[in-house]
Design a protein around this ligand. Structure first.
Ligand SMILES: [Zn+2]
Length: 135
């Protein structure tokens, strides 16, 4: 979980965070497997830390419904069509990998949000100064 930034590698949600569109459901992190254990066993391969990954309980559940819901698909497609080319490319890579890669910004945010209160205030003050528009 430390290696994965204490976030679900599939959806990017951290422990205790709520899911988009589902504010009452708080994420609980679990250990998932990149390659299912059954498939490893049939190959005689070991299930070790390289095969483990942080997944929230929701993403670690077996796929409940393999039949796509056409209404949901249309909603997703409409949003995808409004995205920039860069965002489409990023989304494509996440879907192809089955994992959400985290940007430098995401990784620094993960570190910053667990700083002590005083350090966090210093960082906010620094950002307020250094991110102001230049004239
Ligand atoms: Zn997840």
């Amino acid at each position: 979980m430390e290696r994965d930034g204490r976030r679900c590698v599939v959806c990017g949600t951290a422990a205790g965070e709520s899911y988009p569109g589902d504010p009452t459901n708080k994420a609980r992190l679990t250990i998932g497997h990149r390659v299912p254990q059954e498939r490893l066993r049939s190959r005689g391969a070991a299930d070790d830390i390289d095969n483990w990954r942080t997944e929230c309980a929701r993403c670690n559940e077996p796929v409940r419904d393999a039949i796509p819901d056409p209404i949901q698909y249309d909603e997703v497609l409409a949003q995808v069509k409004r995205m920039s080319r860069d965002n489409k490319r990023t989304l494509l890579s996440w879907l192809e990998r089955g994992e959400r890669t985290r940007s430098e910004l995401d990784r620094v945010y993960d570190l910053a949000r667990i700083l002590g209160q005083t350090e966090k205030e210093h960082l906010v003050a620094y950002l307020q100064t250094s991110s102001a528009p230049s004239r």
